[in-house]
Design a protein around this ligand. Structure first.
Ligand code: SF4
Length: 224
């Protein structure tokens, strides 16, 4: 059983999560909120998902100018490819993590954001413990930290044919996770297409060819 959280522990973080409308918020209200938080010493914002700025009407020139001025690359929701890594609150904001996952998620994002997938959409989810707050069992590649290392699952998705991910293997280190994800994305690029997610591939071919592909490239053969 975990010991109770020590509220005097200086390594703990204090958080406040305002409840927004599902439809988003006015940009002036967002600016006001950020100012209030900054004035009271908040330093970081954890984003639960993509932040989408909205213009009224079709204004592609302003949109493109704003995107260029922002210094951020856009997410193209209409295309396949690797979507931004979904991460739970992780060790920065949650004391329940079994292994650190923040640096791992950032490394996966840095390494694979622009990875060619043959047009297939790939969502990666990372969770610091089995509670799975980032819902990795519904992601194409799901990673769950546990006491023994990192459990890797493949083929999860929602949509028209929801599917719970199939366990692939458990590895001991974050470096091994990156190597396995690298190999799985190679497999997707070689066998996937725009219409088919990894789960459809696994249903069609079974998990064994993918497991053998990963083992050949990484040497990872740990049982799920
Ligand atoms: S998955 Fe675990 S570590 Fe991550 S936010 Fe949820 S409870 Fe915390």
């Amino acid at each position: 059983m975990r010991p109770p959280i020590d509220q005097d522990d200086e390594s703990l973080h204090t958080t406040f999560a305002p409840r927004f409308s599902p439809g988003g918020t006015d940009i002036e209200e967002l600016a006001r909120l950020v100012e209030v938080m900054r004035a009271h010493g908040a330093t970081t914002v954890k984003l639960p998902g993509e932040m989408v700025f909205v213009w009224e009407g079709k204004r592609p020139l302003e949109r493109d100018a704003a995107a260029a001025a922002s210094g951020y690359s856009p997410i193209n929701f209409a295309k396949g490819g690797v979507r931004p890594v979904k991460l739970c609150s992780a060790e920065t904001f949650c004391q329940r993590f079994k292994q650190p996952v923040l640096g791992l998620a950032e490394e996966l994002e840095r390494r694979f954001a622009d990875r060619e997938t043959g047009g297939a959409k790939v969502v990666i989810g990372v969770a610091g413990c089995q509670r799975s707050c980032s819902e990795p069992a519904t992601k194409d590649i799901g990673i769950v930290a546990g006491g023994e290392g990192y459990k890797i699952m493949v083929g999860g998705m929602n949509g028209f044919r929801p599917r719970i991910a199939t366990p692939l293997m458990t590895v001991a280190t974050g470096e091994e996770v990156v190597a396995v994800v690298d190999a799985v994305l190679d497999y997707v690029a070689a066998h996937g297409d725009f219409m088919n997610r990894l789960g459809a591939l696994v249903d069609r071919n079974g998990i064994e060819p993918l497991a053998a592909w990963v083992a050949q490239r990484t040497g990872e053969r740990t049982a799920p």
